[in-house]
Design a binder for this molecule. Structure first.
Ligand SMILES: [Zn+2]
Length: 244
């Protein structure tokens, strides 16, 4: 069997964007040229259009990530200025350099109140979010509330609490602000342990801030959860310990 292929027929037209005369390949069909129905552009204009589309997609992505930052990070923490006189640049330099690795994929920022722990953590969270990492922001108090509200008779409250706890379990990165030595009721302890255990087993990053070294939580933790919680807070965790 002979198959005869025709050579492509070339024709001339004008670029629809810049009007330059250009050669194109015809698409003959039923005596018409389908190619003319397409938007024919010269190479330069086709490239410019691609670049513009890429720039628009990048801008859209940046706007979406910024909206995610706005939804996730508390407003006063979003407004952190690295050049402010009171800002703890030394701490930020240390936090900024941290990346989760295979061996150490948690970060604990420990130190007294008023040394910008939360600010540095928020800056890191925003940096991660702007790089496209999904991250959940929580505080010890929010976790404490959620661990009781998940069983509330108020269905909406219970749903919100469960959703938040689920985010804390499954978000690619989790930020927990302000762990302290005060009040660790049993419901909180067990929720907190579940989150730590799940994330440790799945090598999912946690960044936490605390006024106390994890060892000091032994004073407030129950016999049941003392070792498991403190152990996980320290295991494969980089600790940045700031002293005044
Ligand atoms: Zn053109």
């Amino acid at each position: 069997m002979n198959i005869e292929l025709e050579a492509p027929k070339m024709a001339t037209t004008l670029c629809r964007d810049c009007g330059t005369s250009m050669i194109y390949e015809t698409i003959p069909l039923f005596g018409q040229d389908l190619a003319l129905l397409l938007s024919l552009r010269c190479d330069d204009c086709a490239k410019a259009m691609e670049e513009q589309a890429a720039a628009e997609a990048a801008a859209k992505q940046a706007a979406e990530r910024e909206a995610y930052v706005d939804r996730s990070i508390p407003p006063d923490m979003r407004e952190t200025y690295e050049d402010h006189a009171d800002f703890n640049r030394a701490l930020w330099e240390a936090v900024k350099r941290w990346r989760p690795s295979r061996d150490e994929f948690w970060l604990g920022i420990i130190g007294p109140a008023g040394i910008c722990k939360t600010r540095c953590m928020a800056l890191l969270a925003m940096k991660a979010m702007r790089a496209g990492i999904r991250a959940t922001w929580t505080t010890a108090n929010r976790l404490l509330d959620a661990s009781t509200e998940r069983k509330s008779g108020d269905r909406q409250l219970a749903t919100l609490a469960r959703e938040h706890l689920s985010d804390c379990l499954h978000a690619p990165w989790l930020f927990i602000d302000d762990l302290g030595k005060n009040e660790w009721p049993a419901a909180f302890e067990s929720q907190f342990f579940q989150i730590l255990d799940h994330r440790k087993n799945h090598r999912m990053p946690i960044v936490y801030s605390s006024n106390a070294h994890p060892d000091q939580f032994s004073l407030v933790l129950s016999d049941l959860n003392r070792e498991p919680i403190i152990g996980r807070l320290k295991d494969r965790c980089t600790l940045i310990h700031m002293r005044r």
